[in-house]
Ligand binder design. Structure first.
Ligand SMILES: [Zn+2]
Ligand SMILES: [Zn+2]
Length: 220
């Protein structure tokens, strides 16, 4: 499988393509490629039994497709942990360079990396690291923008997009720490919340891409 094919499977997985059909448009947006090349690639993956494509509905990952992308997802997230913990990478840098390493690192290197890092459970952006031979099912998550004033929740994960990662790291957002919403501006306005005693304000677009959980899962 080419690294390009691996990217398609990974995007499908991360968009919830085990549970629902993902449209060509959504895939094209996520990969920043032309819709025509998406159709072409999906036809190929469909032929190889890695996705199941239905006209007008989109594509779902098959079991074979899932198995094929699992190793890539695992490798990507382990590399992110390594790059941040040991090489001083930022959130964005780690995501970008892990994307290069995920395709070239052989399986035994990834397993040694996992041991070296002492089997981390999450990537630095809060996404679960799948264990060998099983992928976690994506959990439906609440967005920061869904919370009301006065509500508390724990930041569980953030969407991995370069500019967003830079922005959230710069304003000092932390993963796995509780937040309490103190103000929501009217009509698609921003959200102001407190995290670890600090007041933080984010715009609506960012608030929709920060995911939270209601139960107490914070590290005290
Ligand atoms: Zn990433
Ligand atoms: Zn990550």
């Amino acid at each position: 499988m080419t690294s390009n094919q691996e990217d398609y499977l990974k995007v499908l997985y991360e968009a919830g393509g085990l549970e629902r059909h993902i449209s060509n448009k959504e895939i094209a947006d996520k990969l920043a490629v032309a819709p025509a090349s998406v159709s072409e690639m999906l036809a190929k993956l469909n032929q190889n039994g890695l996705v199941e494509y239905e006209p007008y509905k989109g594509s779902r990952l098959t079991e074979a497709g899932l198995a094929a992308c699992m190793d890539v997802v695992r490798s990507h997230r382990l590399w992110e942990v390594f790059l941040m913990r040991h090489l001083g990478y930022t959130w964005r840098e780690a995501h970008e360079d892990a994307h290069l390493l995920e395709h070239v690192a052989p399986a035994r290197m990834v397993e040694r990396l996992d041991m070296f890092l002492n089997h981390p459970r999450m990537c630095p952006h809060g996404h679960e690291i799948p264990q060998r031979r099983e992928l976690p099912h994506p959990v439906p998550l609440l967005r920061l923008s869904d919370l009301h004033v006065g509500e508390r929740a724990v930041v569980s994960q953030i969407e991995e997009e370069g500019a967003l990662l830079d922005y959230l790291e710069r304003i000092g957002l932390h993963i796995r720490k509780p937040v309490e919403v103190v103000e929501i501006e009217e009509y698609e306005g921003g959200v102001t919340f407190v995290q670890e005693g600090r007041m933080i304000h984010v715009g609506q677009a960012a608030a929709r891409r920060i995911f939270v959980e209601r139960e107490e899962g914070s590290e005290q």
